[in-house]
Design a protein around this ligand. Sequence first.
Ligand SMILES: C[S@@+](CC[C@H](N)C(=O)[O-])C[C@H]1O[C@@H](n2cnc3c(N)ncnc32)[C@H](O)[C@@H]1O
Length: 349
Amino acid sequence: MIKYLGSKRTLVPMLTQLAIASRAQTALDLFTGTTRVARGFKEQGLQVTAVDTASYSHVFAKTWIELDRNQCDQNELSEALAFLGELKPEAGYFTKTFCEDARYFQPKNGERVDAIRNAIESDFKTSWLYEPLLAALILSADRVDSTTGIQMAYLKQWASRSNNSLELQDPGLIGGSGKAILGDALEVVKQIPPVDLAYLDPPYNQHRYFANYHIWETLVRWDAPGTYGIANKREDVRTDTNRSPFNSKPNMAPALAQLIKDVQAETIVLSYNNESWLDRDQLIEMCRVKGEVEVIDVSFRRYIGGQIGVYNRQGQKVGKPGAKRNTEHVVIAGPKETVQRMLLASNRT
Ligand SMILES: C[S@@+](CC[C@H](N)C(=O)[O-])C[C@H]1O[C@@H](n2cnc3c(N)ncnc32)[C@H](O)[C@@H]1O
């Protein structure tokens, strides 16, 4: 799975346990990102809806949440991956922008990304294979990148994994039914039919995912935007078009409170970091509209960049490294009996 800031990889077993204990049949993941949590739910047989504003996240949700493995021709997917994997490398926008003007990937891999991405657009645009092939391409590019996991900067020296050759792998579809929605959680939430369980994992600070993962946005949109700065970010990163109230300190609290009110879910699970804008008590207060509230505090390994410290453009250290671990508050709210059952289940994980 891709490197993703705020990804709940290590929380998935516990969140899945909570979902099982809640006895939910339907679930909603409103900030789905990598879709890890939504996938965990789907693998337990829940019918899941996954929402995010990021184009690459929508590709993941189409692939892992909306597609039903049992309805898909796996041979067709394998053949398409084999065909793309053998294409002749061809340098284009991706190579020039992200491998020559910037150094996120080695040119030998950038040339393969260009060739594969062009073929996905020309040969598979109207096929059910379009999203799984894009997902496979993002995953394979992520395995040979030269970053610490976000695309605000690339490493000064090539990361050793970037020497490897890009390899397309089957993204591994999941059986079951689900839905992918590309949109702002605040806007789409009212149109989503009631569910048994909603999971909310909003961004924690002012840094926008649109800027942090601009390369994946461009790889999905394939719109060859103008770029700026050393990091070669998309020009529209500078505009307001992709701003989320969840990245603004004054707007975050009212936006989250509204979302919790609006979401039509019997039970909600909200995860939020202890180093962020809202404290534990504020989270509890906001969730009371859903009924009984309990909090599980989970110690979490911090994002590696936060552990290394802050550097300026000359590579000099200008900030102190943060703590190695922080706490994720997992807030559960809903009918008393359900919440107590979930709490009990969490003690067993
Ligand atoms: C903390 S991450 C979620 C990580 C996810 N749970 C995972 O395990 O991969 C927050 C996500 O919220 C998305 N996002 C930001 N603002 C949003 C909004 N207004 N509506 C929906 N998604 C939003 C970001 O694109 C990002 O993927």
